[in-house]
Design a protein around this ligand. Sequence first.
Ligand code: UD1
Ligand code: CA
Length: 490
Amino acid sequence: MSENFDRPLAVIILAAGQGTRMKSSLPKVLHRIGGRSLIAHVLETAGALDPTDVVVVVRHERDLVAGAVLDIAPGVRVIDQDEIAGTGRAVQVALAELGDFTGDVLVLSGDVPLLEASALAHLVSTHRSAAAAVTVMSAVMDDATGYGRVIRDADGGVRRIVEQKDATADEAAVTEINAGVYVFRADSLRTHIGFVGVDNAQGEMYLTDMIGLLSGAGETVAASIASDAATTLGVNDRVQLAEAARILNARIVRRWQFEGATILDPATTWIDVTATLAPDVTVLPGSYILRSTSVAAGAVIGPDTSLVDCEIGENAIVTRTDATLAVIGADATVGPFAYLRPNTVLGAKGKIGTFVETKNSTIGEGSKVPHLSYIGDTAIGRGVNLGAGAITANYDDIAKHRTEIGDQVHTGSHNVFVAPVRIGAGAKTGAGAVIRKDVPAGALALSVAPQRNIEGWVEKNREGTAAAAAARAQGDEKTGHGTKDQEDGR
Ligand code: UD1
Ligand code: CA
């Protein structure tokens, strides 16, 4: 028995198929759920088992798939399937690559992304304790459509697997399905794989035929029923892709809830596997926390917020915001309706308010850009307050230029900063200023011409209009003419 348990484990991952039912120009195994491709999920799970070898079989869009695989797991061996189609052929070419490997061979499908390493480890140990030639992972599904069915004999022993397309009505009624995951003893696999034929509805070498072949040869064939059928979901079309994404997301959300995050609505909160949430984070409905985003303790995200590769500080509040590659300091507030583009850095206690767009800009500690602004290629010091409608004109049609705003600067509403331009510490600007020249520290910059009022212009030029009447009425009120007129009328 211990001999069985000491056997080395090799993994073969099948990823050569086209994924026709996806109707996609992207190979199926490169479609993503939880921020990672299907094949990346499978590679990660396989890696957790510490196998001696991992062989990935490719053919359709082989360069794309091989490139992605080697990016994720540089140590794996990528091998090409030839023109002979089918999962059986894929395993046959991979097995040849393993040479005279003796041990167990775990076969995984690149399109079955939700299985956890613990379930695979359980499959391998079931296989070893049964001293089986093959152990297939099965699952009982309410709707078995599309899967191969596990056919057992009267004693409950596994006889063979029949594909849906080849099944009789009785066979199709079976609800125990083949998850597409198997452990083979290498020698048994090697002895029998050459006997797999193509006499079936699809004219392909079915790996599933190995179950019938081994059972017919009197070898021990076992099946291990997955405790959670949902984890065996195979992705063949976009409906199953969405279902897999939903199941994975629910798993991720639960994990963070158990780590101390309040997530109000798991159904509308999407968190990538690579994102992290500290305890006492609150996530409100309609939020996307993606890629390498990290959210520190006490922060409140959402509702309706998307964070891509962001770093959110402690107790920050980010409301109805779209942000990518932004760093938000502790106790800062963002939104509602803010758009933070890459390289936005907001200091502690800072504010990026309503209808504000930022890009490649640093906003210092305690500084505020509260309303209706565009801040690009800008460095803002500490304690700054920009009036409503601050616009950095950073692009002159040829190149981008920088705006520098010193500590404690307060600007008037509706200012344009024509970059390159610098505003010295403590300076102030008037409403509507167009700042084209540097403002020295402590200066007041005004660029708008003094206001001139032309009295009586409306009455003279717009006689008989409602405006003229209103102007006259207000003028009368002030001067008391109305009273006089009435007196005259008497
Ligand atoms: C397969 C199983 C089915 C099982 C289901 C579980 C066979 C014949 N059928 O069906 O019993 O219930 O998975 O999800 O195995 N691939 C190759 N080379 C090929 C063909 C496919 O590497 O020539 C790869 C695909 O890229 C995919 C995996 O093998 O990752 C499964 O292929 P797919 O065509 O999706 O098989 P299913 O019809 O889902
Ligand atoms: Ca499949």
